[in-house]
Every structure is written in structure tokens, then in C-alpha cells.
Write a protein that binds this ligand. Structure first.
Ligand SMILES: [Zn+2]
Ligand SMILES: [Zn+2]
Ligand SMILES: [Zn+2]
Ligand SMILES: [Zn+2]
Ligand SMILES: [Zn+2]
Ligand SMILES: [Zn+2]
Length: 435
């Protein structure tokens, strides 16, 4: 009895044990392991063992590294390793033996049986047996370039004809020539062809110094004629005569001749204009006429550095009796002193003028701190080149500081001939003469 109980208990125990061992209560349904996953139960997900890992096949010329099991690839194909085409086989891969359907190559030879170098006059050649196909063959070697010396002028160019230069091959003496461009003309100084008169232009020309060809021809104005003939003396360090022009005013009696001497202050100081004398000389430097200070007007009396001033010279000369063909030299002597006084800053506004009278209207204001004494207003008429070509002037009664007054400047011209082109502008310069 006791034995039975023990047996029964044992069966119960074994059954219970078996029941415990198979905890899930099923037998596993295994999925085989792959390259990247281990053996797994499809029902309970239980795994056993390790993933297999990839089974790599090495890369080839055309295929990348590949897994034989799952087909995954890594990297790139190696590419073919080409051996050049020969006369018997086209380009071929030395690794996989792949043969292109490209063209065959040249014959090849390591030991030439006959060899002639190329020169600058003939091709060379090489003859041998092909090491691939055993055929005899010849290749030509292209002609060499000539080995020239430097270019040498054989015919110099001039301003009327082209020149030539040549070079010679050191090896074959082959001669090559090329043209040298014509030289430009060598411009000489302007030459006066025709002397101007007071009322009509002359003519000036420029010739080539080499071939004497006429290159340029232009009118030669009386103003230019004067400028070319001017000789300046005195006070030259601080002042420069920058222009000389003229106008002629003639009434029923005689033509009166006016010179306008334009000065520029090239010093660092204010300059006070004192006097100017003009001598009119012929080419032999014989005095034709002399103008004394009585006939001069200056404007302004003090000029600042870099500014312009003017001398107006009333020659009073009967120019019609003057023979310009015997030459004309104007000798200008300017007397100028350095001045510590600044130029006066009067205000001139609303300037208007018009032909045929050339009356100049405007307003004057004394913007200084002292009354004016001998106030002088000068109208300078300018042509389109900015040259002073005429002037007129007037005096004003004393003006107290801060006061203003209208003014009118009336030219005493009769019929006037100006140097240069027509008048296009008018500037009024105001200054105290005894300042
Ligand atoms: Zn399972
Ligand atoms: Zn794999
Ligand atoms: Zn290959
Ligand atoms: Zn060959
Ligand atoms: Zn040569
Ligand atoms: Zn020339």
C-alpha cells in the first residue's frame, strides 16, 4: 500500500515536472537562421544560436563584393585593368580577359633595323619587324620646325612706306620675311602760312618732319598771333600771364585797340596789381608804340592765390596803319606786390546783359564792414572758350556797409570786333580801387 502511494506520488511528480518543462505549452516552429537573424520560433519569438553572417564573394571587374546567400552588395566593381591595343588584339582586360570591340593598335618594335632622323626640310622614318605580328613595317617621323635666328630689319619702315624684316633658319638657311608697319608721321611745329589781320583769320599748318607732308591745317586767329608774340617781363615768380586777347572798337574816327591781359596768381600770397606796361614791337624789336599806365585798368586790384585778374589796355592805336607782316611782339611788364590784404568780398547779384547794347544790369551789396571809397565795377565778357574777349567798367558812389544799390555798366563801344567766338557769358568784378 505504502509502495503504491509512493508510485502514485512519483507519477504525479513526473507529470507536474513535464508540465513545468513545457512552459509554453507547444512545440516550437523554428524559422532557419539567416545572414543577419538567428534561428527563431515563429510562434513565440524564442531565438536560438547566432545569425549566420554574410558569405562574401570578392568584387570583380564588373561586380561589387556580393553575399552568396542574401545577394546584398558592398562597394563598387573594381573596373577593368586595360592593356593597350596592339596590331593583333584590341584593348583587353588583364584581370578578366574581357576584350573590347575597339580598333586594333599599331605595330610595335623594340629594335629598329633602319632609322633616319627628320630634319626641317624632310621627314624621317624607322623600319623594323613587329614584335606582335612579325610583319615588317615603317613609321614616318614628321618634319622638324625651322630653327630661326632673331628677326633682322632688312628694309626700315618710313612714314610713307612699309618696311621688311627677315630671319634665317640656322640649319637649312630657309629665309622668312614679314612686313613692318608704316611709321606715324613725325609732326613738326605749327608753321604760319598766312598772317591774320584784325578782322580775318590767317592760316597755320603742321608738316611731317620726315616726309614734309601736310598733316594739319587750321585757322590762325589774331588772338593766337598775339599770344604767340607775347614776351612777359617782371613779377614772373608769383604771376603768370595766362591769356592775351583783344577787341577792336571803331567809330567814325579810328579803330581803337584794346588788349586784355589775363593773369593768374600762382603764388601763395594775395597779390596787389600795380601797373602793366605794354610795348608793341616789330620783329626787329623796334618800338611801334608804347602804352603808359594812364590807359590801364586792373580788375580786381587784389587777387587771391589761384585766382585770375585782368589788365585792360586801351591802346588807342590806329591798328589799320599797322603792318602785321613786318611782325608784332607784345612785351608786357607787370608790376605786382605781395599783399597781406585779402581780396574784398563784395556781393554782386542778378547780373543781366544782352546784345546789341551789352548794357550790364545788376545789384551791388557792400558786405564788408567799411564804407566803399572808390568803387569800381568791371564787366568781363567771355566767349565759349572762357576767354575774356571784351570789357566795360563803371564807378559807383560810396556804399555804406550793409547797403545795396542797383547798377548799370554801359559799354562805350561803337562797332566792336571781338577776338574769338561770340560772347556767351559776363562776369562782374567789384573792387575798391584805392583799397
Ligand atoms: Zn516557440
Ligand atoms: Zn548575406
Ligand atoms: Zn576585367
Ligand atoms: Zn604587328
Ligand atoms: Zn630649316
Ligand atoms: Zn611723314
Amino acid at each position: 500500500m505504502r509502495k503504491r502511494i509512493i508510485l502514485g506520488l512519483s507519477v504525479v511528480l513526473i507529470l507536474a515536472l513535464c508540465l513545468c518543462l513545457s512552459a509554453c505549452g507547444h512545440s516550437h516552429t523554428w524559422i532557419d537562421a539567416t545572414c543577419t537573424t538567428a534561428k527563431t520560433c515563429s510562434e513565440c519569438g524564442e531565438v536560438e544560436g547566432e545569425p549566420l553572417g554574410h558569405d562574401w564573394i570578392a568584387a570583380t571587374c564588373t561586380e561589387p563584393k556580393t553575399c552568396s546567400r542574401c545577394g546584398i552588395t558592398e562597394g563598387k566593381p573594381l573596373g577593368h585593368t586595360w592593356t593597350p591595343a596592339t596590331c593583333i588584339s584590341p584593348e583587353t582586360c588583364t584581370v578578366c580577359g574581357f576584350v573590347t570591340d575597339g580598333p586594333l593598335g599599331d605595330h610595335c618594335c623594340d629594335q629598329w633595323s633602319d632609322e633616319v632622323d627628320a630634319t626641317c626640310t624632310s621627314e624621317g622614318y624607322k623600319t623594323g619587324i613587329c614584335k606582335y605580328c612579325s610583319e615588317p613595317f615603317t613609321i614616318t617621323i614628321p618634319m622638324k620646325e625651322h630653327d630661326y635666328s632673331d628677326w633682322v630689319v632688312s628694309i626700315p619702315a618710313t612714314c610713307t612706306s612699309v618696311g621688311e624684316e627677315e630671319r634665317v633658319c640656322k640649319d637649312c638657311q630657309h629665309r622668312e620675311t614679314r612686313q613692318i608697319e608704316m611709321l606715324p608721321h613725325e609732326l613738326g611745329d605749327w608753321v604760319v602760312i598766312e598772317t591774320p589781320t584784325y578782322t580775318s583769320d590767317g592760316l597755320k599748318a603742321q608738316y611731317c618732319q620726315e616726309c614734309s607732308e601736310l598733316i594739319n591745317e587750321e585757322p590762325y586767329t589774331f588772338s593766337e598771333f598775339l599770344s604767340d608774340k607775347i614776351v612777359i617781363k617782371g613779377a614772373r615768380d608769383c604771376v603768370q600771364v595766362t591769356d592775351l586777347s583783344y577787341f577792336i572798337d571803331y567809330d567814325d574816327f579810328w579803330p581803337r585797340f584794346y588788349l586784355i591781359v589775363e593773369l593768374t596768381n600762382i603764388s601763395n600770397n594775395n597779390l596787389k596789381l600795380y601797373s602793366c606796361t605794354c610795348d608793341l614791337l616789330n620783329d626787329e624789336l623796334t618800338m611801334l608804340d608804347k602804352v603808359d599806365e594812364y590807359y590801364f585798368s586792373t580788375a580786381p586790384s587784389i587777387i587771391a592765390p589761384g585766382e585770375k585778374g585782368y589788365f585792360f589796355v586801351n591802346w588807342g592805336y590806329d591798328v589799320s596803319s599797322l603792318d602785321l607782316n613786318s611782325g608784332l611782339t607784345v612785351k608786357v611788364e607787370v608790376t605786382i606786390n605781395n599783399s597781406s590784404k585779402p581780396p574784398q568780398q563784395f556781393s554782386v547779384s542778378q547780373v543781366s546783359w544782352s546784345p546789341p547794347s551789352y548794357d550790364v544790369l545788376g545789384y551791388f551789396e557792400n558786405t564788408t564792414k567799411s564804407p566803399t571809397d572808390s568803387l569800381y565795377l568791371v564787366a568781363v565778357f567771355l566767349n565759349s572758350d572762357g576767354r575774356a574777349v571784351a570789357f566795360s567798367d563803371t564807378h559807383l558812389d560810396p556804399v555804406e556797409p550793409g547797403d545795396s544799390t542797383s547798377f548799370k555798366i554801359q559799354p562805350l563801344w561803337g562797332k566792336t570786333i571781338y577776338s574769338g567766338a561770340e560772347i556767351v557769358d559776363c562776369q562782374v568784378i567789384a573792387f575798391d580801387y584805392w583799397y
